[in-house]
Design a protein around this ligand. Structure first.
Ligand SMILES: C[S@@+](CC[C@H](N)C(=O)[O-])C[C@H]1O[C@@H](n2cnc3c(N)ncnc32)[C@H](O)[C@@H]1O
Length: 486
């Protein structure tokens, strides 16, 4: 495939496992009469056309060659793609296909004589800047293309909705950038009430040759007030868990997919009770950006030094630290070399004089430390400064810590005020709240329900416990009016 073809026409072929799912789903709960019209929009070599023809023949009981001649239409801007789709359709039958409903034209400008019951495909992903002479015409014709840095696939959605019959369905796999981009606002507005289902692949890469963050969207002609949403980070569709999303909760500036029933519940709860962010502060842990240099398990110790890997470090430059992502409530025997005083980096002059051994150690690791921030590490105030200044103060003190990813809630009270932490978050109550009572609330089933409704899922059943999700957690023990809780 030549580069120009990829750039101007967004040519990328869809894997069969994705096509099978989209075809299966587009026909779900649908009685097929046999006269429905189907369109493969941007057919490429015809992976959607061939798959949907086979399935339609099975569901309708019609012969494959009849389905090809009467039911399937396919369009592509490139002649060679029309030719290969015809060849691939012919391969489905031993009888000669007498007629193809093939359209070698631009989907966005072709005058279609018919409307369709099923429109399926993987529209081209082409930034409007790369569309040269077609750019202005697209902007004039399509409301979804009128605004900023849009993409050709926006127009495919708009055109497909226009071409859809009553009771009809669309299934497209496209990038998901219009969920949140400002250019995607008109597209969001146009399709929101037509969505039946979204399967969001997000960071999971569906296409081998291109880095794209994609989603499959199913639309219908009729308007509805809710749809199903799921995230999928694997190359099969087993065990998907869908959330029911109410369109009224979708903000026009950016789509976030919160479970409808749950949102209703927390809106009600929130009238009476506080959210976590109102009763507590949530902080990130320490971020050195080279943990294996700063954090160690001592092999030996004496009055003045810790010893590890043939190095020795002054004890009073070190603090105990907890790795929140692996913490199970037991001492991890980890220490952090902490070259800071009152949140300020200790100067190299002081280091040389008072912390000679630690300074020597840092010097021996200088080249590695400099690689942090893609080489920007050479510009830190001192070469041994942490990669980020977060948590220099807030990671100390009494707190409740958790990992950034958990299968179910795992919050631990840390009593020792001199212990720092990393690879997670801490919750610190603002008022005089009993830490153990608060940690009970954070470890409750309500938290599990909250996270599974608002947060992202990852492989192995892990959910993100990021601050952006934790902050909105509402619990009936977070009283609104009383400053002293529990
Ligand atoms: C992402 S590829 C998908 C190909 C095929 N459907 C598949 O999934 O393997 C997009 C296809 O749309 C075609 N295409 C690009 N711009 C088009 C346009 N304006 N109208 C019709 N087809 C177009 C390309 O030639 C290419 O075959």
């Amino acid at each position: 495939m030549d580069i120009k073809s990829i750039k101007e026409n967004g040519v990328i072929f869809t894997p069969q496992w994705v096509v099978d799912f989209m075809v299966e789903e587009i026909f779900a709960n649908r009685k097929i009469k046999g006269n429905e019209k189907m369109l493969d929009a941007g057919c490429g070599e015809g992976v959607f056309a061939t798959t949907i023809v086979r399935k339609f023949a099975e569901l309708s009981g019609k012969r494959v060659e009849k389905v090809i001649e009467e039911n399937i239409y396919f369009i592509d801007i490139l002649k060679k793609h029309i030719k290969s789709t015809k060849q691939n359709l012919q391969k489905l039958s031993t009888k000669k296909i007498k007629k193809y409903n093939a359209i070698n034209s631009d989907f966005c400008f072709h005058e279609f004589g018919e409307r369709f019951d099923f429109i399926i495909g993987n529209p081209p992903y082409v930034r409007i800047q790369n569309l040269n002479d077609r750019r202005e015409q697209l902007q004039k014709k399509y409301i979804t293309a009128s605004n900023g840095s849009v993409d050709l696939y926006f127009c495919f959605f708009e055109q497909a909705l226009k071409l859809l019959n009553k009771g009809g369905k669309i299934s497209f796999i496209t990038p998901n950038s219009h969920f949140y981009s400002s250019a995607g606002k008109n597209l969001r507005q146009l399709i929101l009430q037509h969505i039946i289902k979204i399967v969001n692949f997000d960071h999971f890469q569906v296409f081998k040759d291109a880095t794209t963050y994609t989603a499959i969207t199913f639309l219908q002609k009729e308007k509805a007030s809710n749809f199903l949403y799921t995230e999928n980070y694997k190359n099969n569709f087993n065990e998907l868990e869908y959330k029911n999303i109410l369109t009224q909760h979708m903000k026009p500036e950016r789509w976030e997919f919160f479970d409808g029933k749950y949102l209703d519940k927390i809106i009600k709860l929130n009238k009476k009770y506080s959210a976590l962010q109102e009763i507590a502060d949530i902080h990130y842990g320490i971020a050195t950006l080279k943990d294996d240099i700063y954090i160690f398990s001592p092999e030996a110790t004496d009055n003045f030094f810790y010893y590890f890997n043939n190095h020795k470090i002054e004890k009073d430059l070190c603090v105990p630290i907890i790795k929140a992502s692996t913490y199970k409530g037991k001492d991890q025997n980890l220490f952090l070399i902490f070259p800071y005083k009152n949140e300020k980096i200790i100067s190299s002059a002081v280091m040389r004089q008072h912390y000679t051994e630690a300074y020597k150690y840092f010097l021996s690791q200088r080249n590695i430390l400099a690689t942090r921030d893609k080489g920007g590490g050479i510009n830190y105030e001192e070469f041994y400064a942490f990669g980020r200044n977060q948590g220099l103060k807030t990671s100390f003190g009494k707190k409740i810590i958790t990992s950034t990813m958990n299968i179910s809630p795992r919050f631990f009270v840390i009593e020792n005020e001199k212990t720092s932490f990393y690879a997670g978050y801490c919750v610190k109550p603002k008022h005089n709240i009993d830490m153990y009572e608060l940690s009970k609330a954070l470890n409750s089933d309500l938290m599990k329900e909250h996270i599974s409704s608002v947060s992202k899922s990852y492989r192995g059943g892990y959910k993100s416990y990021a601050k952006s999700f934790l902050k909105d957690f509402v619990h009936p023990q977070f009283y609104k009016s009383q400053p002293t809780l529990f």
